[in-house]
Design a protein around this ligand. Structure first.
Ligand code: TYD
Length: 137
């Protein structure tokens, strides 16, 4: 466990008042990249596992806006399962983090922001290739 983790759980400030909650995420401490892509995953069927890849170039910020899901993150040294169940929390993933999302509740809406547009070429989908590339970082 010597290497710095290439992922982190982030709690965003809640700017709620008597009307309810508001979360603002601007580039900086809570969002360390310029957004070039967003996508979201919802209506996920029971027992589905998504992800199971790492990215050579994309960084991600994942926020589960409703419901719950779990994300298992691996950076080649550290492995953690993080439960995402709060709209004011997110997980930042640096490049070359293997991620698996699962345990989606029926109402889960998982929002994902990235610094890169979609490019299937930069996805690493073989676990052994990921392990080799992660060890070279
Ligand atoms: P997939 O990589 O399986 O999604 P996940 O990593 O969330 O499990 O992608 C599912 C399909 O959507 C696949 O055909 C590729 C396409 N896709 C895009 O076109 N752009 C994107 O940004 C993403 C994430 C997927």
């Amino acid at each position: 466990m010597s290497k710095n983790k290439r992922y982190r759980l982030i709690s965003f400030p809640e700017l709620g008042d008597e009307r309810g909650n508001l979360v603002v995420i601007e580039k900086g401490e809570y969002l360390p990249f310029e957004i070039r892509r967003i996508f979201y995953i919802y209506g996920t069927k029971p027992n589905v596992e998504r992800g199971q890849h790492a990215n050579k170039e994309s960084e991600f910020l994942l926020i589960n806006l409703a419901g719950t899901c779990d994300i298992k993150v691996e950076d080649g040294v550290n492995t953690e399962v993080i439960r995402l169940s709060k709209a004011h929390q997110g997980v930042y993933l640096d490049r070359m983090v293997w991620k698996t999302m699962y345990n989606f509740s029926p109402e889960s809406i998982l929002l994902v922001a990235s610094n890169k547009k979609y490019n299937p070429e930069e996805y690493v989908r073989e676990y052994d290739v990921f392990q080799k590339l992660a060890s070279e970082i």
